[in-house]
Design a protein around this ligand. Sequence first.
Ligand SMILES: [Mn+2]
Length: 295
Amino acid sequence: MTTRNPALLDAPSNLGLRPPEPGAVPGCYKAPGVFRDLGLLSRLGAIDAGVVTPPRYLPDWTPGTVRNEAAIAAYSRQVADRVTAILERDDLPVVLGGDCSIVVGVALALHRRGRFGLVYLDGLDYRHDGPDVGAAGGESLALVTGVGGLLAELDGTRPYLRPSDTIVVGLRPGDEYAGEAAAAGLHLIDAPTVSRDPLLAADQALRLLEHAELDGFWVHIDADVIDGELLRAVDSPEPDGLTFDELVTVVRRLLASPQVVGVDVTIYDPDRDPDLHGGQQLTDALVKAFANWRA
Ligand SMILES: [Mn+2]
């Protein structure tokens, strides 16, 4: 039986996304408030680790640069320090984003502590060149495994996490960056494969990450790993994703490992979810995934 307590840490940063429409800012910064209002803190029996307040979102962007890069760099150091504080008291950080650029801060914290693995439940986020480059939220997996600019080496070394210690679970078949990610050494299990046998997918991740050379592993959950028909309230809904139940099955299995050190949840956008139905489903899924935490 674990004595570690989940510790909710809000990271309401939308710095890594482009504006959803002219004059508007991405709504994912509202996600932690929805999760908390739906009772996530008490339903997980979690400790409240507070909020890392992000700098101002600036919509202006110069092509060839990373949007809000300096702000994301500063914010990532703050997130890293707060995650480290939770890990040092042997609790389990549950970081509520925000967009996927918050993973940079998480990975920085892990890199400072040792060698850690990553289960990346997401539509991929391995974009790193071409005309769309510049929004760190869609590049976060590349950044944390050593590909990209300043944000990939905030402590002066890269990668934060070895590609070979990283497994993407739930990417979509035909993702345009899947080939590059695989060539870089990342492990990939696509969403249809997960759907056929979610426990097998989780066990493949555990086989990769539960070994003596690793100090533990982190679980990243981007809400866009869920099928876009089931959850529209994300930055880029995509078809052929997981069901909520499949996500629960995978994460519950991962959380049964003594090697798991933390979880983050990203990209849910309450502005695209006026009745908060998607937020309710996500909150319920997280609670179910943690159901056996103290068992
Ligand atoms: Mn993502």
